[in-house]
Ligand binder design. Structure first.
Ligand code: 2YH
Length: 277
């Protein structure tokens, strides 16, 4: 699991409006719109509710400790979406207690293993990996102007890839799974076979061969340079939640509007919208 670094996130807050415009031009939806699409929620109804929905972001010192700017960046994304959000001035248990005492609607917090949102009224839990997979799958659906019946290569069969594959299958896509650790792809195929669309899965053993046969890619690996520049073709469309990104700087320039990648924004948006009733 990749631990974010301050250098990964330090520009996010100041670039939210620019990123939002980028998303609009690539998908016709805003950050909020894509997250609503991922959660199957109506954007207008959600917009009315989120202003009065208060989220405390609680810094966590456990394990490797606080990442400078992490909580502040999460809160900035939440505020950009329209939530009432603040970074708790107390970390850990004290921050959690303060959120309950102040009647916050939800908490967001992360240690080295999980990043979660907890709705304090309904007890629902939004997991960052799951939300990230679902929201990037939704972004790919929007970029493709409908992913139904399209072939999508899901690279990386960890929790993000799993949630993405499940979302894509339920949207009617045909999914190819690949992972550098072959048994991970096999086990994921088995798990997904019981869900809607579960008969639409194949395993791709050779990633480079597979990249020649798919136009729609969901890159959810924790490795750099998984898609080499020479394999990027004219009609390829990529949603890439993996950190670090599997696409090089030059690859990003080639893909231009056919690539969506970020390190925190869409995942946090997906978590937050799932927390709102
Ligand atoms: O980056 C992480 C983990 N890799 C979890 C990611 C789940 N997709 N955690 C952030 C740790 C934040 C830190 N404890 C803080 O500043 O509060």
């Amino acid at each position: 699991m990749t631990r974010l670094k301050t250098s990964d996130i330090s520009n996010i807050s100041s670039r939210l409006e620019t990123y939002n415009q980028e998303l609009l031009s690539k998908t016709d939806r805003s950050l909020l719109g894509i997250a609503c699409h991922a959660c199957g929620k109506d954007e207008i109804q959600i917009s009315r509710r989120i202003k009065s929905f208060c989220i405390h972001v609680v810094p966590v010192t456990a394990g490797q400790g606080i990442i400078t700017d992490f909580s502040e960046t999460v809160a900035a994304i939440l505020k950009f979406l329209g939530f009432t959000a603040l970074v708790s001035d107390l970390p850990d248990v004290s921050g959690v207690a303060r959120a309950f005492e102040n009647k916050a609607d939800a908490i967001m917090m992360a240690d080295d293993h999980r990043f979660v949102g907890l709705n304090l009224n309904t007890r629902s839990v939004a997991d960052n990996s799951e939300a990230t997979g679902r929201v990037f799958a939704a972004a790919l659906d929007l970029m493709a102007r409908g992913i139904e019946n399209r072939k999508v290569l899901v690279m990386g069969c960890g929790p993000v890839g799993e949630a993405a594959a499940q979302t894509l299958l339920s949207s009617g896509a045909r999914v190819g799974l690949c992972d550098s650790h072959f048994p991970a792809a096999r086990l994921l195929k088995e798990r997904l076979s019981v869900y809607p669309g579960g008969n639409n899965i194949v395993i791709e053993a050779d990633i480079n061969m597979a990249l020649l046969n798919y136009e729609y890619i969901l890159e959810a690996t924790p490795s750099a340079d998984t898609i080499s520049d020479r394999l990027i073709r004219d009609h390829m469309v990529i949603a890439a939640p993996g950190v670090p990104s599997g696409i090089s700087k030059k690859g990003c320039q080639i893909l231009k509007d056919r690539l969506i990648h970020d390190k925190l924004e869409l995942g946090v948006a997906g978590m937050a919208i799932c927390l709102v009733l």
